[in-house]
Ligand binder design. Sequence first.
Ligand code: PLP
Length: 521
Amino acid sequence: MSLNQSGWRPEMGSGNDGAAVDTFTGNRALMLEESLIFEIGSNDVTGVDFPEGDVVGSRLGDLSRTSPIGLPGLTEPETVRHYTRLSRQNYAIDLGLFPLGSCTMKHNPRLNERVARLPGFADIHPLQPVDSVQGALGLIHELADWLVKLTGMNSVAMSPKAGAHGELCGILAIRAALEARGDARQVVLVPESAHGTNPATAAFAGYKVEAIPATKEGRVDLEKIRERLGPDVASVMITNPNTCGLFERDMKAISDAVHEAGAFVYCDGANFNAIVGRVRPGDLGVDAMHINLHKTFSTPHGGGGPGSGPVVFSEALTPFAPLPFVEKRDDGFHLVEEETADEHHAHSFGRMVAFHGQMGMFTRALSYIMSHGADGLRQVAEDAVLNANYILRSLDDVLHAPFGKGPCMHEALFGDAGIAEGLSTLDIAKALIDEGFHPMTMYFPLVVHGAMLIEPTETESRADLDQFIGAVRSVVERAKAGDERLKGAPYYAPRRRLDETQAARKPVLVWNEPEPAAAAE
Ligand SMILES: *Cc1c(COP(=O)(O)O)cnc(C)c1O
């Protein structure tokens, strides 16, 4: 077996950005340069010694492949090093603060991971007979009970697999309820500050979306909603606390007006971590709300990892909720997969997923909930809000806080007013990478120019917040002074500034072997 040749290529010494890196390897001390697996691997290497097989005739007729398969071959140590080097280029919640507003990137307690890996939860199959998975069904039932109690709602559908999926679930239940009474309403009202998934969901479910303007204080305009409500409006989708990090104080009045007009209230519950244990959405007149388990109740997310978006329902919508659900009877837990004869789930709109939802996220979320307890969850909300206000008040003298000095809820929102001409929110975000922080959420919500939305979560210590605040202050001061060097940031990251539009619109997803002439260059 031949050893693969070194992956080093002369152009790597340039640090990928034209700026000279004067090491032979292109490595910068512990920051190791890493090429694509196709560039370091070769077709004739394998990490496994296969025994010579008996020569057998092909049974594929003339369909067998004649060209090389094109998979890179690496030895075991090369493979391990390749992926380990790549993993070291990631920023992760286990490395430092992840201030992404709206995303709720909090520490994931290791206890959750331990529980999720218990074989009784991790190694079961959704098609196993229910009498062999009683513990797992019991866990889903117990988590469902917590979610219903914490939200003050009537029932919960556990199966949706993310917040956006939960929104669709809620809107489909609303549509089913309206259709059941022969009411073909066509419009869903969505505030200007809403997350993009809200209008996308309503449109996907076949509704016409209309925007509701925000007040100068960053809240939904109750009067504008009242004016617009009518027999054509199916639902109003409200995020509370909203994406400006503010509590919608008029929520009950909004719900009352919506109900009076014969419509339903959908609440985007992505920010539930700011009010859990303190406010029950059911008391505010909400008819359906998704809970991002992967935000409010920890569980790892980001990088496309699994989410989970159970949806809680009011009494009015419960009969239309999706299947399946877990029911506790005298002889144990049952998985109800058909519509029920009684009103509870009598008119289910169908299923959201093939099986029962994200079991791994259920175990992590319940572990998080039970290790905090009711009082601990309340403190989660209080500490998340305290940390966000600490950030707001520590930065509002250098950054423009469009909705004042607070108090805010769990996230602090700033705009780009006061930044020197020619510099932008993007430059600040990129310079924060050089300071060792993942940037905040930028340019969202759309109602604030050059928005920077910072959510520290409750898991950050005062020392970590102070370091982050210091970094932001220093970058913002440079941005206000017109420091042109910011435009080139990040300088110290494995990759420099990308053309993000090009990367999103025209991603290069296929690796092509370079022409021999170019390779020999
Ligand atoms: C995260 C988020 C969503 C979407 O949730 P996913 O789980 O990412 O699908 C919707 N609305 C708001 C306000 C959010 O922050």
